[in-house]
Design a protein around this ligand. Structure first.
Ligand SMILES: [Fe+2]
Length: 269
């Protein structure tokens, strides 16, 4: 039971970079059945309802997102009993070329600490030339209005899904991302499922390595685009880490958060 929960180090990686790439999540035969269903999708289910009650049980996709590895991934990041938000098979047809299209899904999501996740299932082998989804690690603390960032191309440390069938990318909904050109003669699907938390996202992951000093280095990751803003980004990550790990006094480096909290005017009142 709970053999597949994320470690604290993996959770810290998610806090710092806003995504994880996990291969071997869905077996090949189930992937083939999922691909057939993606091409015959009937739209959103009942938005905002219990995932367990809403997500179908008698389909391949119903099975795929109920595999123990996937369930415990959701449990670690969101909740053991999350809400269904929406899903969508994203098709990039054979030969379709894409121009600049960096954007953020989450237009009005300014909740502090809380975050939704999106699971991107790549059910077919996804070589570079088929155009797997790209994302910019670490951008999930930069709230923008959907496509106002379309002009941002070739950002440092941009990554994209190049992976075997059965890989899931799980990402904070606020990560900047987009679709890429499909240079092959095969249609490409990325199947997206978004889910929401209903309880505080605190210590849902495996905390047995919570005191590993490597966590500080992970949170401090420099993706490349941050440049002069890296300290600012680190502060946002530390704030979220304090929350999800239930360590309100956690801090790093030059103790930026303590400086903010130190307010002589309040102390003198
Ligand atoms: Fe999107």
């Amino acid at each position: 039971m709970n053999r597949h929960l994320l470690s604290a180090k993996k959770m810290a990686q998610f806090v710092a970079s806003g995504y994880l790439s996990l291969d071997g999540m869905v077996p090949k035969d189930l992937c083939i059945a999922c691909l057939k269903e993606m091409a015959d999708d009937h739209g959103y289910l009942d938005v905002g309802t219990s995932f367990e009650e809403t997500w179908p049980t008698d389909t391949a996709l119903g099975q795929a997102f109920r595999l123990p590895k996937v369930q415990e991934l959701i449990h670690s990041l969101i909740d053991p009993n999350p809400l269904y938000d929406h899903h969508s098979p994203h098709l990039t047809p054979a030969g379709q070329l894409r121009g600049p299209d960096t954007y953020q899904d989450s237009v009005i999501d300014f909740r502090e600490h809380y975050f939704d996740i999106q699971l991107s299932l790549f059910a077919a082998d996804t070589p570079d030339e088929i155009g797997g989804t790209f994302l910019i690690p670490g951008t999930h603390f930069r709230n923008v209005r959907t496509s106002e960032i379309t002009v941002y191309q070739h950002m440092r440390d941009k990554v994209w899904a190049t992976c075997p069938a059965g890989t899931i990318y799980v990402w904070n909904t606020r990560i900047w991302h987009g679709a890429r050109s499909n240079h092959t003669d095969r249609d490409h699907y990325m199947y997206k499922l978004r889910i929401n938390p209903i309880t505080p996202q605190v210590r849902h992951f495996d905390t047995s390595d919570l005191n590993d000093p490597a966590i500080g280095n992970i949170l401090n990751t420099n993706h490349g685009w941050e440049s002069n803003e890296h300290r600012y980004e680190l502060m946002q990550r530390v704030k979220l880490w304090c929350f999800v790990s239930s360590q309100p006094d956690y801090d790093l480096g030059e103790h930026f958060l303590r400086r903010i909290e130190s307010n002589p005017q309040l102390a003198a009142a």
